[in-house]
Design a protein around this ligand. Structure first.
Ligand code: ASC
Length: 150
């Protein structure tokens, strides 16, 4: 233990100093994390969007519960786009790391629109939900058009 302790301390300090993907053990974990959090977000958003489009019967409680989960999930993926996570099993375009301010603007926009959707869903007003779903969808699309390979 005496011998490996300095090694552990040193490795921990190095990992903490390695910018924003420090919270992930390896770049593949960051890629997996952002894909999975985006997937869960989409599943819950999709349930609300289904009601907004009339494909699924409107249930105010189900809409509010799902929108709240989507709102929370919308905060998570962005920390997993750190330096060195541009390779591997990902459709993320290299532009993300060349234009970090614009990427942040888009991700902040999504998070803000998702919060508005959650607020709208809490009121139970279907028209407000429809408007907010449209804004979230537009925000997803803007970012995908710019930063996702298809
Ligand atoms: C979704 C989904 C997206 C967005 C986008 C909106 O449910 O998976 O990528 O909405 O289609 O334009």
């Amino acid at each position: 233990m005496k011998k490996i302790l300095p090694l552990i301390v040193c490795t921990s300090v190095m990992l903490l100093a390695t910018s924003s993907f420090a919270q992930f053990a390896k770049p593949e974990d960051a890629v997996k994390y952002r894909k999975n959090t985006l997937f869960v977000m989409q599943q819950h958003f999709g349930r609300v969007a289904g009601m907004a489009s009339g494909k699924v019967p409107f249930d105010a409680k189900v809409a509010a519960d799902n929108a709240a989960v989507a709102e929370y999930m919308s905060k998570l993926p962005w920390a997993a786009f750190g330096e060195g996570t541009d390779k591997g099993d990902t459709r993320a375009k290299p532009e993300i790391w060349k234009e970090p301010a614009k990427f942040k603007e888009y991700s902040d926009k999504l998070t803000a629109e998702m919060a508005k959707l959650s607020a709208a869903a809490k009121t139970g007003n279907l028209d407000s939900i429809k408007t907010a779903v449209g804004a979230v969808g537009g925000s997803c699309k803007t970012c995908h058009d710019a930063y996702r390979k298809d």
